[in-house]
Design a protein around this ligand. Structure first.
Ligand SMILES: Nc1nc2c(ncn2[C@@H]2O[C@H](COP(=O)(O)OP(=O)(O)OP(=O)(O)O)[C@@H](O)[C@H]2O)c(=O)[nH]1
Ligand SMILES: [Mg+2]
Length: 285
C-alpha cells in the first residue's frame, strides 16, 4: 500500500508551524523567527519515504486582515485548506489561548476535512487549556514520530505508487526563493518593532560559475527612516544580515556564495496591487 496526500499546517502566527515543517522535512524549507507573521506564502515541504509521500503546506499565521498583505496572507490560508486531505491545527501550548482561537478550532472541527490538533512547544510549561490530540516539541523532536504515524494513517491510500513529486524533491520553491527567504530571516532576526513586517527581498542577480554563486539582492523597506535602521551604524546591521544569509545560502547551494545587498525604499509596497502575487519575495525578471 502507498500513501500520498496534502497536509495543511495552520494556526496563529508564531505557533511553530514553520519550525515543525523543517523538523519533519530535515531541510530548511521555511524560515522561522520569534516575530509573528514570518511566513508570507504557502510553502510546500515534501517528505518522501519508501511507501509514503507527505506534502506539508506551510501557511501564514491566522490573524485579522489589515492591509493588502494581510488579506493576501489570509487568502493563502484559505486556499491551502481547500486542497488538503488533512489539517494539522497548531496551538502554542506555552501560551494561554483566547476565545477567538477556541471558536476557530470549533469551526474547523465541523469541516469535513480530517483534523489533528497539535499542542506545540511542550519543552516549555503548559499554559493553554485547549485539549490537543498530540503534544510535541519541534525543537527537541519530541513526539514527532507518533504524529507522523498518525498523519500517514489518515492520508489517502492506493495499491499503485501515487507520488505527486519526484522522490528527491523536498519543496516546490526555487533555490532563489529560498535564498530570498534566508535574507528576510536574517533581517527579521536583527530588526525590531514594526520594521520586520515592512521588509521584502528582491533577488536582482543569481549566477553560478566555477563553484561560485554571485547573488545580488535588494532589501526593500517602506520608509526612509527604516532604511537607516536596516543599514545600521557604519553598515553593521546590513553586514550581519549579509553574512548570515551568505552562510545559509552556501549550505543550501553547496558552492561559495558572493552576496551583495542593497537597501531600497518603496513606500507602501505592502498595499501595492502589483506585488500581490508574491509577497516577501519579488522576481521581476
Ligand atoms: N521552545 C520552543 N520554541 C519553539 C518550538 N517550535 C517553534 N518555536 C519557536 O517559536 C517561534 C515561532 O516559530 P515559527 O516556526 O516561525 O512559527 P510560525 O507558526 O511559522 O509563525 P508565522 O510564520 O509567523 O505564522 C520561533 O522563535 C521558534 O523558535 C518548540 O518546539 N519549542
Ligand atoms: Mg511560519
Amino acid at each position: 500500500m502507498y500513501t500520498c496526500g496534502y497536509v495543511g499546517i495552520v494556526g496563529r502566527a508564531n505557533a511553530g508551524k514553520s519550525t515543525l515543517i523543517n523538523a519533519l522535512i530535515g531541510e530548511k524549507v521555511a524560515i522561522v523567527s520569534d516575530k509573528p507573521q514570518t511566513t508570507r506564502n504557502n510553502i510546500l515541504g515534501i517528505r518522501t519515504e519508501k511507501n509514503s509521500q507527505i506534502i506539508f503546506v506551510d501557511t501564514p499565521g491566522i490573524h485579522h486582515s489589515k492591509n493588502n498583505l494581510d488579506r493576501y496572507m489570509m487568502k493563502s490560508v484559505r486556499s491551502a485548506l481547500a486542497g488538503v486531505d488533512l489539517i494539522l491545527y497548531l496551538v502554542d501550548g506555552s501560551k494561554p489561548t483566547d476565545q477567538e482561537e477556541k471558536d476557530y478550532i470549533e469551526k474547523l472541527k465541523n469541516e469535513e476535512c480530517p483534523l489533528i490538533i497539535v499542542l506545540t512547544k511542550n519543552d516549555k510549561p503548559l499554559k493553554t487549556d485547549v485539549v490537543g490530540d498530540y503534544s510535541i516539541s519541534s525543537l527537541k523532536g519530541e513526539n514527532l514520530d507518533i504524529l507522523l504515524k498518525e498523519i500517514i494513517k489518515k492520508l489517502p491510500k492506493s495499491e499503485k505508487k501515487n507520488f505527486i513529486f519526484e522522490e528527491d524533491y523536498y519543496t516546490d520553491k526555487s533555490v532563489k526563493f529560498l535564498v530570498a527567504e534566508y535574507i528576510r530571516e536574517e533581517a527579521l532576526k536583527r530588526l525590531d518593532k514594526e520594521i520586520p513586517h515592512g521588509v521584502a527581498v528582491d533577488i536582482t542577480r543569481f549566477e553560478e560559475r566555477n563553484e561560485i554563486t554571485s547573488i545580488e539582492a535588494d532589501l526593500i523597506c517602506e520608509r526612509d527612516s527604516h532604511k537607516g535602521i536596516v543599514i545600521g551604524k557604519g553598515g553593521q546591521t546590513l553586514r550581519k544580515i549579509g553574512e548570515g544569509a551568505r552562510k545559509q545560502a552556501e549550505e543550501l547551494l553547496g558552492t561559495k556564495v558572493l552576496l551583495k545587498l542593497f537597501v531600497k525604499v518603496e513606500k507602501d509596497w505592502r498595499d501595492k496591487q502589483v506585488q500581490l502575487n508574491n509577497f516577501g519575495y519579488t522576481d521581476k525578471k
